[in-house]
Design a binder for this molecule. Structure first.
Ligand code: WQD
Length: 339
């Protein structure tokens, strides 16, 4: 039985990935210090899978705590590193907290993996590294643009740290560049759990539809797109989770063609904000109140993935539709307390 450490394994994408790993017979150790989630996600994972993973409440940016955790698990076959601060706006207010947490945890983990090159490493990166790409769909060899935020910088520099460590220590890694993960597990036991006012479109949309927020504000309807609103590649979180299984299996099989491989995780289809709203209404039968508001600083006009590399080398493609994602997101929202 292969053992995998999943950092941030109680978070949004992390918890969905843990469910898929357990479902495929992996032994999972979760490291999560609950900075952006709640402990009961562990019980929910156990409810879905019948197995509760081992959970360590550890600050991975603390070299002593991280080292102690890893020393207790010399048997690790893989590390999937989700744990990071990830709010674009917050990163502008607290850059040092973002650099400390995101770089500190990454370096501490890579120190361990560097001594065990057979242990595969998967890094959560983001399409944010592309900025406003010159060509759509966006290929992995598109130029990386200057980061628009400290958060985006932690992903760009994180990939460089990975490449330098791989070159120096012979470790094998895969960086996955997420486009816009949305939705929830079909069981409605786990999903996106934003603490505070959601910054992302879909959790705000479902909270607004549930009456927990006012009308959704659509940030800008004067963009040069088919309906004036921004375009993104919204991908079901279960598809994103499954991609991590394919990436892990590529690493464990030693199939990597370079020390660090990069893959886009998207559907290859762009949807406007209005099309997301229409998909929600179509999938749920719930009418959504929304209003147009000024553009949000930092937003790119359009971003959606070229998915050919992931299909060819990972053997993975997103399978779930936008409507399915919205139905699952709504079912998850309805399972949450109304207050
Ligand atoms: C999507 C679209 C908004 C909220 C960010 C990060 C990215 C990743 C996902 C972490 C945009 C519009 C949003 C609202 C709106 N984060 N919108 N009203 O900005 O594409 O990506 O989150 O990995 O790295 O950059 O996602 O969901 O915030 O916005 O109109 O209340 O929805 O303007 O066009 P984004 P988002």
């Amino acid at each position: 039985m292969k053992t995998v450490l999943v950092t941030g394994g109680l978070g949004f994408i992390g918890s969905h990935t843990v469910v898929e790993l357990i479902g495929r017979g992996y032994r999972v150790v979760v490291a999560d210090n609950l900075t952006n989630t709640r402990a009961d996600v562990l019980d929910r994972i156990a409810t879905i899978t019948g197995t509760a993973p081992v959970w360590a409440n550890v600050d991975l940016a603390d070299p002593v705590a991280c080292g102690a955790l890893l020393a207790g698990h010399p048997e690790l076959d893989g590390v999937i590193h989700f744990a990071a601060h990830k709010a674009v706006g917050e990163s502008v207010q607290k850059p040092l907290a973002y650099y400390h947490n995101n770089f500190g945890s990454l370096v501490n983990l890579l120190r361990f993996v560097a001594e065990r090159p057979r242990c595969g490493f998967i890094f959560s990166s983001s399409c944010t590294v592309y900025g406003q790409a010159d060509t759509l769909p966006i290929r992995e060899d598109a130029p990386v643009k200057p980061a628009e935020s400290p958060y985006g910088n932690t992903k760009q520099v994180g990939e460089e740290i990975l490449r330098d460590a791989a070159r120096a220590h012979g470790l094998k890694a895969i960086a996955l560049r997420y486009f816009n993960p949305i939705g929830a597990h079909p069981s409605a036991k786990i999903g996106e759990l934003p603490l505070g006012v959601p910054q992302n479109l879909v959790p705000f949309l479902t909270q607004s539809a549930a009456g927990l927020r006012g009308a959704l504000k659509v940030f800008g309807n004067d963009y040069p797109t088919r309906d004036g609103t921004c375009i993104r590649d919204y991908i079901h979180v279960v598809d994103v989770a499954l991609a991590h299984i394919y990436a892990l299996e590529r690493l464990l099989a030693g199939k990597g063609e370079q020390p660090v491989e990069v893959f886009n995780l998207g559907t290859g289809t762009g949807s406007t904000v209005l099309e997301v709203i229409q998909a929600f209404e179509r999938a749920t039968g719930v009418k959504l109140a929304y209003e147009f508001a000024p553009r949000r600083p930092g937003d790119v006009v359009a971003a959606y993935a070229d998915t050919e590399r992931a299909a060819r080398l990972l053997g993975w493609r997103a399978e779930r539709s936008l409507d399915t994602a919205m139905a699952d997101a709504w079912r998850w929202q309805q399972s949450l307390p109304k207050a």
